[in-house]
Design a protein around this ligand. Structure first.
Ligand code: HPA
Length: 282
């Protein structure tokens, strides 16, 4: 099965044309707002909100806690484009559908994108409610959005992933967290396909491999963005101890609840980051 759709460039052109009828904004920062970050929309000034359903080739999320709106506006003086809600491969989407939104952010001109998500804490020091910057990932999802013919106008056949999470952007995120007074850990994110949560044995394996976080999103977006030359940053909200780290069974409504509780702290980091980027004239 091909993951890169042969007509991807034409599809992006169609989507871009629809967005451009509503907004001429060129984002300095793209943001993917995962679980718990729904409130970000209320902070965006002069916002144009476009439901995914009105954008060709975009799919509405089916998961509770994921909205499905593209927002364009300014955050702390910085032009931003926000994907509020994402679709996942486990919802039955092909990889090119999963990464279509972030490719659209790239097409809108975003030179950098911050990916956020809710993740399980693989390490015992990552208690529920912690925030953790993603410094690298391990792709165990069995999927890659670049499988298939390579549309060379989008990027190279074999993209380098050695700075998949941009160190400079990561430094700016860490600095923003410090300025905002919000504790922020740093760790490696392991991607699993889901939708079943992992077994305790799988989590022990991930710990041996060096992962601190586990989740079912983000890595495909990171790969597609690197393909297009976009710098990537990532922050996880630790919504639960991963399986076996504590005795408690995993439950999605608790995952969503903890992500919501941590949302304001994540928002504080993002606002500070946006303000610092705006002040630096980026
Ligand atoms: N595992 C995988 N994905 C997740 C988890 C988890 O424990 N928590 C939130 N997303």
């Amino acid at each position: 099965m091909n993951s890169t759709h042969p007509a991807i460039s034409a599809q992006l052109d169609e989507a871009l044309a629809v967005v451009r009828q509503r907004s001429a904004l060129t984002p300095a920062l793209g943001i993917v707002a995962g679980s718990g970050l729904g409130a970000i929309g209320s902070l965006v000034q002069d916002a144009v909100a476009i439901p995914y359903g009105e954008i060709p080739h975009m799919y509405a999320p089916t998961v509770v806690g994921h909205a499905g709106t593209l927002l364009l506006g300014t955050l702390e003086g910085l032009p931003v484009a926000i994907l509020s809600g994402r679709v996942h491969a486990y919802e039955g989407h092909a990889m090119h559908e999963v990464v279509f939104g972030v490719r659209l952010l790239a097409r809108l001109g975003a030179p950098r994108v911050l990916l956020t998500n809710a993740a399980g804490g693989v390490q015992p020091w990552l208690a529920p409610g912690s925030l953790c910057r993603i410094v690298d990932h391990i792709n165990l999802s069995g999927q890659n959005p670049l499988i298939g013919p390579n549309p060379s106008e989008l990027g190279p056949r074999f993209p380098d992933m050695s700075t998949g999470y941009c160190p400079e952007l990561g430094g700016a995120i860490a600095q923003a967290a410090a300025t905002a007074g919000v504790p922020l850990f740093a760790g490696v994110y392991a991607a699993m396909s889901g939708p079943s949560y992992e077994t305790p044995a799988e989590i022990r394996m991930l710990r041996v491999l060096g992962a601190s976080l586990v989740g079912m999103s983000t890595v495909s977006e990171c790969i597609a963005l690197n393909h297009m030359g976009v710098r990537v940053g990532g922050i996880s909200v630790v919504s639960n101890y991963a399986a076996g780290v504590s005795a408690a069974p995993l439950d999605h409504s608790e995952v969503a609840e903890v992500a919501n509780e941590a949302g304001p702290r994540l928002l504080a980091i993002i606002r500070t980051l946006a303000g610092q980027l705006a002040a630096a004239g980026i």
